[in-house]
Design a protein around this ligand. Structure first.
Ligand code: SF4
Length: 171
């Protein structure tokens, strides 16, 4: 299964908790003013990579706590990324997904798109919402603007309201 990516970082400590492999999905419909990665907007840009290749990189590094799906917009390639997320979780690693959609928008999208629902449910954490220049706060860990929330997905789905992850409460 092919994924369109803007890039892959094999080890990062700034894209979620612990050591993580980061996949920057190519293609983003949000067009946030002030976006730091406008080269990721074009869905035809970037390069193609086999999901299995990414999985092999994860398997090769026992020190990884998990993977982070960033962008671009990961939910624009929800099918391939859900497949990757499922394999990664089977290895005992966790999944953090960044998205320009709000949590509430994602829940709506998930009602009519099975792949979105799958990726949502396979994510341990979701960092939600567009980058809003006026709310930029460089002091915030793991996110660019203060509207973005670090959401504990299983807890939020279980209780039907947004639960902020423990590592998202810092700052
Ligand atoms: S969602 Fe992220 S990648 Fe997409 S335009 Fe906004 S800041 Fe840029």
């Amino acid at each position: 299964m092919l994924l369109r990516v803007a890039g892959i970082i094999k080890e990062s400590v700034v894209d979620g908790p612990g050591l993580r492999l980061v996949v920057f999905a190519q293609g983003c419909p949000h067009r946030c003013p002030g976006c730091h990665n406008p080269h990721t907007w074009d869905p035809a840009g970037g390069t193609s990579v086999e999901v299995e290749e990414v999985l092999a990189m994860v398997k090769k590094n026992p020190l990884l706590k998990g993977i982070t799906l960033s962008g671009g917009e990961p939910f624009a390639q929800a099918g391939a990324l859900a497949y990757l997320a499922r394999q990664v979780r089977a290895l005992g690693r966790d999944v953090t997904t960044y998205t320009g959609y709000t949590w509430e928008e994602l829940l709506e999208l998930a009602k009519r798109d099975g792949a979105v629902k799958e990726l949502l449910e396979l994510s341990d954490y979701i960092v939600d919402g567009p980058y809003i220049q006026e709310k930029r706060d460089p002091a915030l860990p793991f996110r660019g603007s203060s509207n973005q929330r670090i959401i504990d997905v299983p807890a939020s789905l279980a209780c039907g309201r947004v639960v902020i992850a423990s590592w998202g409460r810092i700052g």
